[in-house]
Write a protein that binds this ligand. Structure first.
Ligand code: DGJ
Length: 755
């Protein structure tokens, strides 16, 4: 049993393959958090909890003569404001009767088979035998507010999910000002670092590791989207933890709107993590009898370093979160029109583009922004989702048919959640946009945000987009979202519910995604928010891939994709080869190096094939074949960072190791070339030490060598090594010249005869 209750010592224990999570119901009804760490069987873990009177830490009334017992010191499973616990609160609330905060005590618990579901929200799923659920209810006796904590225990996957449902069982309305899904106390100090992923448009998810300081460190977004700026994923790392050893605890909200994770190092050097829906712009009114469902958070603990944490999240998201049938299907190699044409095209231009692409091994043409309404640039047209007949006479269908006739699939860009003032939709329904009455709205990309919390809007969009997909033979949808929310006022809500707008917005987005992806399972959906502005587990539930960044520069992408892949699977990362000089940076990198980087994502093109040189066209055909051959290894293999996330080195290297360690594909890109330099050394991981591996293939891209001398160690191709030698002694490439050379090396386990 993954979840056990011991009535003798009132402990509830959650067991996964490698971890134990234990809590205890105290005599006062506080639920204490005793332990989350390496697996321990058959133990009650309350004995290390030795309390001392800290002073100025209040006692609950029952413990007024036991001054060492304070809610401010006890490790708690969930804690509310104004309860004598001054650490960061998971719950902040006020009732219409004027009662602030809550004193949460145990009410009941229940253990059931299978995984709980969260109505209206994305959440991990499992077959009945793959997970168990603990429901643990706490309540405040005065206000009648009940908090049901939900734990999904995935024993084999070695992960725990958390969520919370808030019910008003009292007589007066209650406003939730903070309703976190997870509170995790780590009682016994230690030195901890916080790893988080910050960034900006065109430079998302840059890893930053900092030592925890006393006080509260917050990672979050108040932009109405999970954001380019702070990804909803943090890792607590023991300060001595590294890539392959040490304790790491991952916290990943399954949410795409305002999120917030606080990490507090307190007076006793204990750590508290509180995570879930964003707090400061949030308020949710619960009338008597109503409930609020807070989003899920995925929790992971490992003692084997960041690499193990990455593998846990990749496996878990692939198996238990991404639900699209496309996650296991071979996705077509696509070409997207955006960087080469922007909104400047007509049917002839698109057909020429498609015809060129068809010759180069491309499997799908995606028509990006600019095909609808009065859309000649990004100032008009959003909302008018009918083809611009000036550009596409007869609409989308003839174009889609023509591309299908060339043997390719046809994909389309949409931005459902937005509207331009200069559009028929806005002229007909100005009240469908989020704007504060009497105030000029804040504009972003000269567009407004639709009120996705309004059912009428969602119904309208569902009608429009389901017909669009159905009537035009669409095989793929790129769902974009190009600004953040500023004016959180909905014409559909009364004044006292306006603090609910941001979350209602997300519920509407999720509903629309749920309906469209449910109705069209054959359509491959890709998420996008001005690049990676909503790259989160919530979105991955609906769409198996997300455009990683509007920065398509391969060298910048090394950091972006490496940061993204700490938590999210490689197959989820939208990545394309774009033209050089690169539009965002002006940099020129070799075509093949660009392909090596894009291949470690979904792989596609973002360029005009007609402008390529003959050599590049030949290379594209070769790349299409290579992409095909490496597809399974990259998508299904385990991902290893061979260089650190700190990016201090002059090259970046990573590998994919196939099931059972039978194959390994090493990818390496030189980011800074030096004169008179040394070879580049790396050590593989994940191989079978005793097995023999042949260097089956070595591809060099953009690597200039003087006088045609042997290239970078290519004479090694065909040599056989042991797994142990590749992992412990490693492999050295000769120094490389030129700008941004890249290498792919394929090691294959030598077969029985060879041995
Ligand atoms: C932002 C996206 O990230 C781009 O790829 C492109 O689709 C543009 N929007 C189109 O407006």
């Amino acid at each position: 049993m993954a979840i056990q209750y011991d009535a003798g010592n009132r402990t509830i224990t959650l067991q996964t393959r490698e971890t134990t999570y234990q809590m205890q119901i105290s005599g006062t009804g506080h639920v204490l958090h005793l332990y989350y760490g390496r697996r321990i069987d058959g133990a009650c873990l309350d004995y290390p909890l030795v309390l001392t009177d800290c002073g100025f830490s209040p006692n609950s009334y029952e413990n007024r003569l036991r001054r060492e017992v304070s809610p401010d010191i006890l490790p708690l499973e969930y804690s509310a404001a104004a309860s004598g616990d001054y650490r960061v609160s998971a719950l902040e609330c006020v009732s219409d009767a004027g009662v602030v905060g809550a004193d949460l005590r145990y009410v009941r618990h229940e253990i059931t088979g299978g995984k709980y579901r969260l109505p209206g929200l994305p959440a991990a799923f499992a077959d009945r035998e793959d997970a168990q659920t603990l429901s643990l209810a706490l309540a405040d006796a005065v206000t009648g507010l009940e908090v049901e904590l939900l734990y999904g225990v995935f024993e084999a996957a070695d992960m725990i999910t958390r969520a919370a449902i808030f019910r008003n069982r009292g007589d007066a309305a209650i406003r939730l000002d903070r309703a976190a899904s997870l509170c995790l106390d780590i009682p016994f100090g230690g030195e901890w670092d916080l790893l988080h992923f910050h960034g900006r448009h065109c430079m998302e998810r840059m890893p930053e590791r900092t030592r925890l300081m006393h006080g509260i460190q917050t990672v979050g977004s108040r932009r109405g989207a999970s954001s380019h700026h702070h990804n909803p994923f943090v890792v607590l790392m023991a300060s001595d933890a590294g890539e392959t050893s040490g304790t790491c605890i991952g916290v990943m909200p399954v949410y795409s709107g305002n999120h917030r994770t606080d990490v507090e190092l307190d007076q006793a050097n204990a750590v508290r993590v509180v995570s879930g829906i964003g707090g400061d712009l949030f308020g949710w009114r619960l009338e008597p009898g109503e409930r609020f469902v807070a989003p899920e958070v995925i929790l992971c603990h490992t003692d084997a370093g960041l690499e193990s944490l990455t593998h846990h999240y990749h496996n878990f998201l692939n198996r238990h979160l991404i639900r699209s049938p496309w996650k296991d299907r071979r996705r077509p190699l696509l070409i997207n029109s955006w960087e080469s044409m922007t909104c400047d095209f007509d049917a002839d231009r698109v057909l020429k583009f498609a015809a060129e692409a068809a010759k180069l091994g491309v499997g799908m043409v995606v028509l990006d922004d600019g095909w609808f309404g009065a859309r000649d640039d990004d100032n008009a047209g959003l909302g008018d989702w009918f083809a611009n007949e000036g550009k596409l006479p007869g609409g989308l269908k003839p174009l889609s048919d023509a591309i299908h006739a060339m043997g390719m699939k046809f994909g389309l860009w949409i931005e459902p959640e937005m509207v331009n003032e200069d559009s028929d939709l806005y002229r007909a329904h100005p009240d469908w946009a989020l704007t504060v009455p009497g105030r000029k709205p804040a504009m972003g990309r000269n567009q407004l945000v639709l009120d996705m919390g309004n059912r009428v809007v969602v119904e309208h969009l569902y009608g429009v987009f389901s017909a669009l997909i159905r009537d035009n033979g669409i095989d793929y949808i790129k769902w974009d979202m190009n600004r953040n929310i500023a004016d959180t006022w909905s014409a559909a809500l009364p004044p006292h519910r306006q603090t609910e707008v941001s979350h209602r917005y997300m519920l509407g987005v999720y509903e629309l995604m749920d309906r469209l992806t449910g109705e069209f399972p054959e359509v491959l959906f890709e998420n996008c928010a001005g690049g990676g502005g909503r790259f989160d587990a919530g979105m991955l539930y609906y769409t198996p891939q997300i455009w990683c960044s509007d920065d398509s520069d391969a060298i910048e992408r090394l950091t972006i994709q490496m940061g993204t892949a700490v938590g999210y699977p490689v197959g989820a990362m939208g990545a394309h080869v774009s033209a050089c000089p690169n539009q965002q940076t002006g940099r020129t990198a070799p075509f093949g190096t660009r392909a090596i980087v894009a291949m470690s994502g979904t792989f596609g093109y973002e360029l005009d094939p007609a402008r390529l040189s003959d050599a590049e066209k030949r290379q594209m055909r070769v790349l299409a074949e290579r992409y095909d051959r490496f597809y399974d290894l990259i998508r299904r293999g385990s991902y290893y960072r061979l260089t650190g996330i700190a990016q201090a080195e002059d090259h970046v290297a990573w590998a994919f190791v196939g099931e059972g360690g039978r194959q390994a594909l090493v990818n390496l890109v030189v980011t800074r070339t030096h004169a008179n330099t040394h070879g580049i050394h790396f050590r593989l991981r994940g191989l079978n030490p005793g097995a023999r591996y042949r260097l089956a293939e070595m591809v060099l891209e953009g690597c200039e060598q003087p006088d045609g001398a042997y290239l970078c160690g290519q004479e090694m191709t065909g040599r056989v090594f042991t797994g142990a030698s590749l992992m412990y002694a490693g492999f050295t490439l000769r120094p490389m010249r030129g700008d941004y050379p890249g290498v792919q090396l394929l090691f294959e386990q030598a077969d029985a005869e060879e041995r």
